[in-house]
Design a protein around this ligand. Sequence first.
Ligand SMILES: Cc1ncc(COP(=O)(O)O)c(C=O)c1O
Length: 483
Amino acid sequence: MVSTPPAATHNSGRQYVPDVPESVLDQASPNQFLMPLTAQVNGKDHLEIGGCDVVTLVQQFGSPLYVLDEATLRAACRQYRQAFQRHYPGESLVIYASKAWNCLAVCAIAASEGLGLDVVSGGELHTALTAGVDPSVIYLHGNNKSVDELQMAIATGITIVVDNWLELETLVELAKATSAADESPQAPVRIMLRLTPGIECHTHDYIRTGHLDSKFGFDPDQIESVFAFVQQHSTVLHCVGLHAHIGSQIFELQPHQDLAGVLVQWLVKAADYGLTLEELDIGGGLGIRYTESDDPPSIDQWTQVICKAVVDACGDRQIPLPKLIAEPGRSLIGSACVTAYTLGSQKTVPGIRTYVTVDGGMSDNPRPITYQSLYRTVVANRMSAPMTEAVTVAGKHCESGDVLIKDATLPPTHPGDILVVMGTGAYNYSMASNYNRLPRPASVLVGEGDASLILRRETYADLLAHDCLPHRLTRPPSEGSGS
Ligand SMILES: Cc1ncc(COP(=O)(O)O)c(C=O)c1O
C-alpha cells in the first residue's frame, strides 16, 4: 500500500501536485493529498486534472467551476471497500454520506463502485433513487424528519436511522396506518437506532456530533427504554442495528476505536430486551488534507483500526460479528475536486495586506466563513511561477467575512488568471447558496482527457424560477393608491 503521500512542495515549480505514478494510482489514499490524484502540470505550464487542462475547462464551461476527478473518487470508493474486505472477517457495507455532495452523477458513481448511500432528506433520497441506487442500501438520517420524508422512506423500503422519541412514535403510527390502508400485512419498517455515544473528538464544534451535548440521537440514559419500546412494537418496526457518528474532519484514531467498543456494548444490552441486532453503523468522519500541516490517517489505517476494535469487542463478549457499516463522506470526495475561479480586482492596503478577488466565494464555498476552514490554492495558468506573494483571496460577496484564504502564497497575479482552490469536493456544492443572487457554478466530471457536465451552471432564469410576483404588485403605483 502507498500510505504516505509524497511531500507536497510549496515553492518549487510543481506546487502541491501529487506526482503519483499511474501504476499506484489506485493505492494512494486520496484523503492524504492536497490535489486530486491525477493532477499534473502539462507542457503549457497549466494544471491538468483527469487529463483535462483546467484553463481550457474554464474557457469551455466558465467560472467558477467545480472540477471533479472521477479516478480519485473511484479510487477512494474502492479503497474503502477493499479495506473492509481485508480487515473485517464478517459482512461489511460502505455507504457514501451523500450530504458531502449529492447529485445524480456522484450518486451513480458511488453505486457503481458497490457503495450504499446515506441520505438526510427527501431531496437527497429522491436524487439517490433517480440515480438508480438500490433502496436496500439506502439509509435515511436526520434529527427532524418530516412525516412526508418518513412516508417516502416507508414506501421505498429503505432503512430509517431513528434519531428521537417523536420519530419512533410517528413511525409506529405511520406503519400501522399503512398496513390498515393496504388491508394486508406489511413488512415491518426497517429501522436503526442512532445513539449519542458521549465520545469527544478534536474538530470544529459545529461538526462534532458524538459528545453528550449534541442535538443528534438517543442519550445513553434513554437507550434501555428505547429498546423496550422497539421490542413492544416489533410487528411494525424491524430494528436491524445501531448507529453513531462522532464528527467530521477527525485525524485521531482513538475516538473511533472507543466508539466501536461502546456500540458493541449496546448491541449486547439490546439482546437483554429480546432484540437481535445484526448491523453496526460506525458513521464517517475521517479527515482530509486541506493544508500541508494536515496529516490524516489513510483510508486503510482508519478502516483497520475500526475493524480490529469491533472484532476484539465482539470476541470479548462472545457475540457474532455484526454486519459492519461505515458512512464516509469527506474522505471519499473531498480531495477529488478543485474549484477554478477567474481573478478580478486587487486591492492593496499598504502595510497590511493585498486582496485578490475571485468571481465566486462564500456562495460556492461557505466553509471558510462558517468553520474558519483553511484551503490551499495555485495559479493554474502559471504553475511553475515562483510563489513570492503573500495575499488574501477574497470572494465577491457583499460581506467582509467573504474571504476564502486569508494568508495565501501565490505567484504575482493578474486579472484573468485562473485560481484553483483545492479540496473542495465535500460540503461545497452541497452547501452552496445563491447569496447575492449569484447563480450556482457548473460542475464537470473529468477523466482520461474527457470532461462531462454533471451540473449545469444556473442562469438568471433559474434564479427567478421560484419567484412569485403577486398581481397587485404588478400594477403601477397610482392604480394601487385606493383613491
Ligand atoms: C450521520 C453522519 N454520517 C456520516 C457523515 C459523514 O461524515 P464525513 O463527511 O466526515 O465522513 C456525517 C457528516 O457529518 C453524518 O452526520
